[in-house]
Design a protein around this ligand. Structure first.
Ligand SMILES: Cc1ncc(COP(=O)(O)O)c(C=O)c1O
Length: 506
């Protein structure tokens, strides 16, 4: 650390304090410019004050004179300093954005000598923060996440080769600039073909907008459907980031119950008779978090209610690919004669969440509105990455990979079921989920879920208690235990730790 004081230079009666930190990531010239601006803003260097000559300051700071000249030049260019005809440098009377000092309003806080940013901001934040639990990864902790894939299984070599090819091709074709906010044409085309052939939809690439994961799809859908004060409906247990996306768009969230067949549509109908419902968020394939499949009769009923009451259905098909009992059920969107459904899918579970690649399917005017939203928040995706995934879809790589990992996940699902039964016996109850990468496990009333989670954390195993997914304060004696991201050994160890945690609170 180096201090320079103009007093020591015997130049002026004021003190010019510059602290240079050799260990700082900021360059020396940037540190000098920041320090001088801070002195001016704090009023210690008043308009009219002359600065030490560049040679003197350089000597006292033990830096190259050129560095000081560069800093002075930059400050002159920004209007913080001025140079007169004798080449003396001084603080001008007109300063950039300094009304607070001139009008006697509280001067801004001084930068800390350590060079670190202050802990708290000096401005107001919006009152309400989105309430979304996040499970940070910690070394040595085995995590029952909410249904993530095992990214060690990801076909990284195939993706890397496809990405290299796509990057070269897009670069040579001058397609790495700003492009279509709906996403790469190749991927929109590959996704629409896949939706037509595998999921019973009937669409063209213009019905597709590529987004950064289904979460962005939900956020964009909420933005284009909801005016502030509109009612959006969710199940009592649902996906909190979706609720927060609707809230962020200004929605009033209304809650309906769910049972072993899925959403209670009698309650939805009653609600629609009382209120003007604008959107209903559902995960019909594998209800989040309970994994229940929405029964066919309820699907028809839901579509009928959408027709009758004029609401949009936001169908979040976040893990369509992983269905174990029979072929995946077709999405609601496949029976969407009335064009009531905004259908959202993702590559996160089948490839990896870190790819941030998902898609929205809807009538063209909806997709055009979605594209306008994308322009505001993200501009576009990654054209080379999208082309690479399109190539993998076209070449059947993703289908083969899906078949392969489906077998692995089916084994892990059965293994977790067996391990849990062994460890907890009649204290738990669950159905082997028909699809998805997590089990919804009910725990006996005698087990305090919060205490079990705390004891688990002390025992290096984490899980998400069901109350995290509850839309009301009603207690939830259940947990969503993901089995996809842990291999058999890890699953065995995680259940052992959970069993030990249980003993700790008995
Ligand atoms: C129900 C549900 N919807 C959406 C998402 C978001 O997934 P992504 O944005 O990675 O596609 C998830 C992630 O786990 C999810 O569980």
């Amino acid at each position: 650390m180096i201090w320079a004081s103009s007093e020591s230079l015997m130049l002026r009666p004021w003190v010019l304090r510059i602290i240079l930190r050799r260990d700082s990531a900021a360059s020396v010239h940037r540190q000098i410019t920041h320090a001088i601006i801070e002195e001016i803003r704090a009023g210690r260097l008043a308009p009219g004050s002359a600065l030490p000559g560049s040679r003197k300051l350089a000597e006292s700071l033990k830096v190259n004179r050129k560095t000081v000249v560069q800093a002075y030049d930059e400050l002159v260019a920004q209007g913080w300093l001025a140079a007169d005809s004798t080449r003396a440098t001084f603080v001008p009377s007109q300063l950039p954005q300094l009304p607070n000092v001139e009008q006697g309003v509280r001067a801004p806080r001084q930068t800390r000598p350590s060079g670190k940013i202050a802990d708290a901001p000096d401005f107001r934040l919006r009152r309400r923060a989105p309430a979304i639990a996040y499970m940070p990864r910690a070394d040595g902790v085995l995590a029952f996440d909410d249904g993530s894939p095992d990214t060690r299984l990801m076909p990284v070599d195939a993706l890397a080769r496809a990405y290299r090819r796509a990057l070269l091709e897009a670069g040579r074709g001058n397609r790495l600039g700003y492009g279509d906010p709906r996403g790469s044409e190749k991927l929109r085309s590959a996704v629409s073909t896949m939706l037509n052939l595998d999921r019973g939809l009937s669409c063209a690439p213009d019905n597709i907008c590529i987004v950064r994961g289904s979460q962005m799809g939900i956020y964009v859908a909420a933005r284009i459907l909801i005016e502030p004060g509109d009612v959006a409906v969710m199940e009592q247990l649902s996906y909190p980031p979706a609720r927060e996306a609707f809230r962020a768009a200004g929605a009033e969230i209304a809650i309906v119950d769910l049972d072993s067949q899925g959403m209670r549509l009698d309650q939805l109908e009653a609600l629609c008779r009382r209120k003007r419902v604008r959107a209903v968020y559902v995960t019909p394939h594998h209800q989040f978090p309970t994994t229940v499949v929405l029964r066919p009769e309820r699907r028809l009923y839901l579509m009928m209610l959408a027709e009758q009451f004029g609401f949009a259905i936001v169908e979040d098909d976040y893990d369509h690919e992983f269905h174990f009992d029979h072929r995946p059920m077709l999405p609601l969107a496949s029976a969407d004669r009335g064009r009531k459904v905004v259908y959202i899918g993702s590559m996160s579970k089948v490839l990896s969440p870190s790819l941030r690649m998902g898609y929205m399917h809807a009538p063209v005017p909806v997709i055009d509105r979605a594209a306008a939203e994308v322009m505001m928040i993200d501009r576009q995706g990654d054209p080379a990455g999208e082309d690479a995934v399109a190539e993998m879809m076209g070449a059947g790589v993703i289908k083969r990979h899906t078949r392969k990992v489906l077998r692995i996940y089916a084994e892990r699902r059965a293994l977790l079921g067996a391990l849990l039964r062994d460890a907890f016996g009649s204290d738990i109850a669950f159905l082997l989920s028909p699809g998805g990468l997590a089990l919804w496990v009910h725990f006996d009333e005698s087990i305090d879920m919060g205490r079990l989670a705390d004891a688990g954390a002390r025992n290096f195993v984490s899980f998400l208690p069901g109350s995290i997914f509850a839309m009301t304060d009603a207690p939830v004696q259940a947990a969503r235990l993901g089995f996809g991201s842990m291999n058999p050994d890890e699953l065995g160890e995680a259940v052992e730790r959970l069993r030990a945690a249980r003993r700790l609170i008995a």
